[in-house]
Design a protein. Sequence first.
Lengths: 890, 109
Amino acid sequence: MSLIRSLAAGLRSLFRREQVDRELDEELTGFLEMATEEKIKSGMSREAARREVRLEMGSPEVAKEIVGAAGWESLVERSWQDLRFAARMLRKNPSFTIVAVLTLALGIAANTTVLSWISATLLNPIPGVAHTSDLVTVARGDHSDHPTPPFSYPDLRDLSERTQTFSGLLGYHDDYMSLTGVAKPERIYGALTTANYFGLLGVHPILGRAFLPEEGTPPGGAPVVVIGYSVWQNHFAGDPKIVGKTIQINRHPYTVVGVAPRDFTGCAPGLRAELWIPVSMDRDVWGFNRPAYRRTFWLNVLGKLRPGVTKNQAEAELNLLMQGIAERFPEDHRDSPNEISLDPLWRSPFGINDYLYKILPMLLGLAGVLLLLACANVASLLLVRSVGRRREIAIRLGMGASRQQIIRQFLIESLLLGLLGGTAAIAITVWTSRSLVDFFPPNTLPLTHNAHIDQRVLFVTITVSILAAIIFGILPALRSSSLPVQSVLKEEATSVSLTLHKGRLLSGLVVAQISLSLVLLVCAGLFTRSLQKAQQSDPGFDASHLLLASYELSPAGYTRATSVAFNRRVLERLSALPGVESVTLADFSPLSFSIHTDYLQIEGYVPQPHERMEISRAIVGPNYFRTLRTSVISGREFTAADTAESQLVAVVNQAFVDRYFPGEDALGKQVTDGGDRYTVVGVARNAKYRLLTYPAEPVIYLPIYQAYRFTQDTTIHLRTTGDPLTMASSVEETIHQLNPELPLFNVNPLSVTMQLGTLFGRVAATFAGSFGLLAMLLAAVGVYGVVAYTTRQRTREIGIRMALGAEKGGIYRFVLGQGFRLTLAGLVVGTVLGLAFTRLLKAQLFGVSETDAITFASVGLLLAVVALLACHIPARRATRVDPMVALRYE
Amino acid sequence: MKEQTGEVVQGTLDMLIMKTLALEPMHGYGIAQRIEQISKGVFRVNAGSLFVALQRLERGGLIRSEWKVSENNRRAKYYLLSERGRKRLSTETREWGRQVAAIARILEA
């Protein structure tokens, strides 16, 4: 009650200042006049009475001040005055303000940029689903960054029926589908889902409804589809009556039952699905009947934990249930691991987060170091500036301002700088948050990039700006407010002792800047060298002069037999083109995350219990190894004669031999894949298909005419004599001569698409690199500023030295030496910090040690040179000091 | 600032003002005078501290104010004790009595 009244009165005096002032004035004047009259009555003269009252009561102005200062509103008002004063001070010194704000803006923007990516990917793993904290991914085997879909439908059904810890388990299988029967047929990434998919995620279609249980439960089911918002807009012009209409997917009719909300794009982080069909429709879309088989592992699974259940409890329960299932159906579970691991969605093994969660927090750490450096830089600027203001401060202290008031004034100035920096940082981040997209080469993956500034980013930016302001503002504020007022006001000669006093703090800040920039530069150097090593490493194939182009036959109506015939003709026609050295087909392309895996049984190899026998499997055409220039070490490669009628054959790579046939001759061994027994007829050199930074892993190659699975993309690999891109149009023509309606997609040189294989290395190197360069610039400015300032302070001393006969060279070395000592100290501290910091990067480095001496040494040298250059300017200036002028100066 | 603490025992000014106003509504000068008179000149109230106290009491809801015309035809802000103020005065008076008695006992012991 009284709080509200105080608040109301305070607000009234804040906003109706004049009226309140007038009333107080009137009251006080009245008071004094009454007192005076009283005195007159007792016989004093008017003049004497006035004087007496004044003596007794104090001046009315002071009384007014005291009364005015008593309420809480006066603090607000004083702060407002401080703020206006701070703004005036910053305007008065625009070069300082611009440098400080820019420095802070860059430091803060580095953080907010990385944060906007983290916010959009790790913290918002499934756009359109608000609460993902109780959702976990369910995967089989150890955590792996390339899990094949881990569950069969019958296993998932059994788990769902028995689990007590989950309120539900959903399964989905992502794949491309073709939207046909529309003006512009399009390949669209979509998902086959269990009926509870939308319900469990809590996603409500904006039109129509989600699947009914009877529509999505095998063996029953209905040809229904939920379409994505952009499909609805782009292909059906946002038709408000779309629900109930029939559309075609892979040439089969489906009834639209719902339209998904605009931001929902499925539940694999970073991948954009836009069509959803019940799992029971597998037969229609892909011609299989995968839900019927217990040993067909094809569904990604997400679970929603019951309230109060921990991840560990749920994991324990699912493992128990899975063990029971594996015991009941041993035949179906022998070849695959049956342990279950749960992951929160921010590091979901499905989708892009699995890569991002390793590098983004690291980049945030680097950005944090950069911000610290920026703070040290601004702190030294402030400190130097505060020396120039010590007369002003001394006067204010002398006039009775308290130390707190001075500190408050300084902190408010810092706060203003921080918030200006934060505002500029947000402007920069608007642009940089979208830059993650620029690292992606053209690819066949349906990647989404939705990084932008959201509330979370905004909130953190403001908090960080304020924190930074306190960090860089507090020391200069404390220092500046403890001035020996008398001596400052008396004369400027005290500057020598002041310089020494402040000198230590300033030197400390310079050392901090040098050492932090060393840390950042070392990280930048390590990432860059690691990326170079990766790019220079031999991938095991020759990417130059290779053109890729992909097509998909199954949605175009081909059967297994007709597609084999079509592929044969493609190879015949393309190899006849002028400028083509050789041509082949494959169901993947290197370094674009497109290689598939299969569970294999290998003759003579006894797996450990539940060892993951899931091995990379490439389906390739004749002349694959010749075209890619991957040499075949022993045996032979595939020819056009390896057909469905001939013996089933396979080629394996060296890593496969080392792992499964150590010390044996691999030729003639049998490998079983999906019930078919293949005989190894060749061993190829290792080639890297996933990431350049991964060690080569075992790969089995199967001939396309024997093992062809036409559900998957077929990619033409064309080795050209000239620039591969010049062949693009004739390749397209050739394909369209064979089938005018078959869309050809992702026509790109392999050297371009394989950039995806170094994506994360490039992100890390680019950002660490720009942080490092920025850090070096800031450190150079910092060293320059401080050395220039202290040199100026010592103009008189230098003048005296010169008057006493010091050589110019001696003066030069004297100033340079001062800067060099600081730099050296910074380098030593930085090396120690760097060694501690780079240990965290170890897992992300390739071909370079985290304590790489060359990197440390060259970065140290670079920084030393830059710092000396920064000292050179003030040192030169010092040698030009005219002793007479210098001595007269102060 | 030093003068004002010497004038009225610290923390008692509010109570003295409320006691004064308990007799009748009064303007600032009247309050100061009344306190000086009744204390036989022992306490002297400085204008600054008086108005700070009045502002504090008013915001606390213990007193109210209104502009009226004074006995010698001058516009003045009159303060009067609210019901809350009256209650507060009686508890504070009692508390004060207890404390003074206790202090007296200690000093006499």
